[in-house]
Ligand binder design. Structure first.
Ligand code: ZN
Length: 217
């Protein structure tokens, strides 16, 4: 059984690295963000609550996140372990988590704020089919047009410089104390997330004595 926490700001490649780890190791990837998005999309009661918070420009509270994570872990469908993303959000939760689950390590994908801004502000979304683009890594063939459906490419509403600055400040406020606690217990592997994704994955696996990554195919 292997249990990891992955931490990193948006755009740091958390989702990609988690998926690469989860695949052949049969870990369950528990992403708090994905759980909330699922609830919003499926119009659950929790989804309505999250939608109201976001519309009011607020962030989802730590207690709500904690409830969702507890419910998710209580399903016990993670026979080979899990990799959790988006939790813990404060010191108290981190202490509780360390007492309740015997975690193997914390993967901290470190990305300078300047690089986060560069990556996030380059994101575009097709207004018709929802396809994701990135003006750095995945440019459309014709500027401002979707390759798939020809729809207009737009910026996500929450990808403005102001909104991003708020999210970055919140991220540093929250993760600073949590990382400090984990560091004191010597759990943390900090990786420069600007490196190539395969290089990042290799570093993670070497540090935690995991079998080498064999690729997607
Ligand atoms: Zn499209």
């Amino acid at each position: 059984m292997r249990k990891y926490v992955i931490m990193g700001v948006q755009g740091s490649g958390k989702g990609t690295q988690s998926a690469m780890l989860a695949g052949d190791l049969d870990l369950v990837h528990i992403s708090v963000g994905d759980i909330f998005r699922w609830h919003v999309k499926n119009h659950t009661k929790l989804g309505a609550q999250v939608r109201r918070l976001v519309a009011a420009g607020e962030l989802v509270g730590d207690d709500l996140v904690e409830d969702v994570v507890k419910d998710r872990l209580d399903l016990h469908d993670w026979n080979y372990g899990f990799i959790i993303d988006g939790f813990p959000r404060n010191r108290r939760q981190a202490e509780f988590f360390l007492e309740s689950y015997d975690i193997d390590g914390v993967i901290h994908l470190d990305l300078p704020d300047e690089e986060v801004r560069r990556r996030v502000l380059a994101r575009r979304l097709c207004s018709r089919c929802g396809m994701d683009y990135n003006l750095i890594a995945h440019r459309p063939e014709e500027e401002g047009r979707c390759d798939v459906c020809g729809g207009e490419l737009v910026t996500r509403p929450d990808d403005t410089p102001d909104a991003l600055a708020r999210r970055l400040a919140d991220y540093h406020d929250k993760t600073g104390p949590v990382l400090e606690l984990f560091r004191r217990k010597e759990y943390v592997l900090t990786i420069d997330a600007r490196a190539d994704k395969l290089e990042v994955q290799r570093t993670i696996r070497a540090r935690f004595n995991l079998p080498p990554y064999r690729g997607d195919g």
